[in-house]
Design a protein around this ligand. Structure first.
Ligand code: NAD
Length: 290
């Protein structure tokens, strides 16, 4: 039976640290503030934004909650971002993705000042991450690396296999895992990989970020491997008040029996994403002059 990686517990420590650093900044007259921009009412996005705002409040930070109708135009959104960039009371800007299809996400991400890019999605932040220079790290990949370290896992020389090549999870995670302080050897599988189980069976660390419920079965996992499930999939379930249950990309019940470590969904990677966001906001505030 695998050791269950308690992301909630590990995230709690990061959040407490963010709270302490926030208190110290406030004592110096700096009140960390994140502007959270949500366009439209995508139910998953509403739930993510609500979770982030709750976490900000618990850490003693200010959350500037900006909710815009789905019909908001791109120019209007860019104008808002320009104002937030110039607002010295705002230290971080988060635009919840995905945006409605009439808005170009790249243009919006590019418009956020890199000094306030606490999601780490701006090309300048991505470039700094790849080059190993200081800058904001994207929250989910950073949270995953933090989990591995916190669990005392031997990552140096380990073979890490990532399922998924997105800009927010797969690609940045691969970059962080090959850094010298982690020192893993990385394989990335994606929809163009004919049979990814050839690679996953060799993985000491397997990270599933495909967004496909139950994609990883027990037969695809090397016994004793660390299995990190990033997937968050809503499965309709009429017996639940919400009308759905959350499932990861991993067949948890089967894989738990053979893996060495495993993250549950929910309660694994998700809480780490929010914790690392809080950490980035504190750092943005600390680097600011107000
Ligand atoms: P995405 O759709 O942008 O990318 C998915 C990737 O998986 C693609 O690169 C694709 O090539 C690959 N893929 C899809 N099906 C595959 C298959 N059958 N075989 C091999 N590769 C396949 O998704 P994303 O934004 O990277 O998110 C992935 C999942 O992680 C989603 O479920 C998302 O909700 C979740 N997520 C969770 C957190 C968190 O904090 N827990 C954060 C971000 C994303």
């Amino acid at each position: 039976m695998a050791v269950i990686i308690d992301g909630k517990e590990i995230a709690k420590k990061v959040r407490e640290d963010a709270r302490r650093r926030t208190d110290a900044l406030k004592a110096r007259g700096i009140s960390p503030c994140l502007a959270v921009v949500l366009v439209g009412e995508n139910p998953a996005s509403v739930s993510y934004v609500t979770g982030k705002e709750k976490a900000l409040a618990e850490a003693g930070m200010e959350g500037r909650d900006i909710r815009l109708p789905a019909a908001t135009g791109e120019a209007e959104l860019l104008d808002l971002i320009a104002k937030l960039n110039g607002d010295p009371g705002v230290h971080g800007i988060l635009v919840q993705l995905p945006l409605p299809s009439h808005i170009n996400e790249d243009r919006v991400i590019n418009a956020i000042s890199p000094e306030k890019d606490v999601d780490g999605f701006h090309p300048v932040s991505v470039g700094n991450m790849v080059l190993g220079r200081p800058g904001f790290l994207p929250c989910t990949p950073h949270g995953i690396v933090y989990l591995l370290k916190e669990m005392g896992m031997k990552t140096a020389g380990a073979h890490a296999v990532i399922l998924g090549r997105s800009n927010i999870v797969g690609k940045p995670l691969a970059n962080l895992l090959i850094r010298r302080d982690v020192n893993a050897t990385v394989t990335i599988c994606h929809t163009g990989t004919p049979d990814f189980s050839v690679y996953t069976k060799q993985a000491d660390i397997l990270i599933a970020a495909a967004g496909k419920p139950g994609l990883v079965s027990a037969g695809m996992v090397k016994p004793g491997a660390a299995v990190i499930d990033v997937g968050v999939n809503r499965i309709p379930d009429a017996s639940k008040k919400s009308g759905f249950i959350l499932r990861g990309d991993v067949d948890y019940e089967a894989v738990e029996k053979i893996a060495g470590w495993i993250t549950p969904v929910p309660g694994g990677v998700g809480p780490m994403t929010i914790a690392m966001l809080l950490r980035n906001v504190v750092e943005a505030a600390a680097a600011s002059r107000t």
